[in-house]
Ligand binder design. Structure first.
Ligand code: SF4
Length: 185
C-alpha cells in the first residue's frame, strides 16, 4: 500500500440506506457495523520485534488514530481487537488464551507478523507454530517484520469484517462450534 494512500485522511462512509430531505434511514445492523468498525479498541499483545513496528504505527507518521483505534487497552475487558505481535513461546500460550477468553464479545484477532502467524523463523520445540493453534484468528499480517503500512492494511481488513458481521453471528451454533474446537466454552 502506498504511503500517500495510507496517509490520506477521510471520513467514515455512510452505510446503505434511504435518504431524503432532512432524514436518513438504515438498518440497525448497518448502523452498529459502522460504529463498531470505526471504534475498535486494540489490546497490543506484543512480545518482540513486531511490537516495535506497531509502536511506529501508533506514531504521528502513520497515526492509527485516523481509523478510530488510538485508544489502546491493556485490560482485556475493555478491548475488542487482540493484536498479537511477536514470538509466542509455548509457555506463553495459556496466558494468551486467558487474555482472549477475558475479552468480551464481540472480539476479533489479528496475528501480526510471521511469528504470530506461523512461528516464523523459530521452528523450534519451544515456540508456538502460530497462535491459531490456541485461539481463532480473523486476519493474518505477513512479514518479518511487517511494515506499519501492512499493519494498517490488517486493521482495514478487520474493519471490513466488523462492518459486515451479522449482529447474531456470535449466537450461531457455528460460532459456538468454532470456540469449542479451541476448548473455549
Ligand atoms: S515476525 Fe520477525 S520481526 Fe516479527 S517478532 Fe518474529 S522475528 Fe521479530
Amino acid at each position: 500500500m502506498a504511503t500517500e494512500q495510507v496517509n490520506k485522511p477521510g471520513i467514515a462512509e455512510m452505510p446503505e440506506g434511504l435518504t431524503g430531505p432532512g432524514f436518513f434511514a438504515t438498518s440497525l445492523e448497518k448502523a452498529v457495523g459502522l460504529a463498531r468498525k470505526n471504534s475498535l479498541w486494540p489490546l497490543p499483545f506484543a512480545t518482540s520485534c513486531c511490537g516495535i513496528e506497531f509502536m511506529a504505527t501508533m506514531g504521528s507518521t502513520y497515526d492509527l488514530a485516523r481509523f478510530g483505534s488510538e485508544r489502546l487497552s491493556f485490560s482485556p475487558r475493555q478491548s475488542d481487537l487482540l493484536m498479537v505481535m511477536g514470538t509466542i513461546a509455548k509457555k506463553m500460550g495459556p496466558v494468551l488464551k486467558q487474555v482472549y477468553i477475558q475479552m468480551a464479545e464481540p472480539k476479533w484477532v489479528i496475528a501480526v507478523g510471521a511469528c504470530a502467524s506461523s512461528g516464523g523463523i523459530f521452528d523450534t520445540y519451544s515456540v508456538l507454530q502460530g497462535i491459531d493453534r490456541i485461539i481463532p484468528v480473523d486476519v493474518y499480517v505477513p512479514g518479518c517484520p511487517p511494515r506499519p503500512e501492512q499493519i494498517i492494511s490488517g486493521i482495514l481488513k478487520i474493519q471490513e469484517l466488523v462492518e459486515h458481521e451479522p449482529l447474531r453471528r456470535r449466537l450461531l451454533p457455528e460460532y459456538d462450534a468454532l470456540l469449542k474446537s479451541y476448548q473455549i466454552e
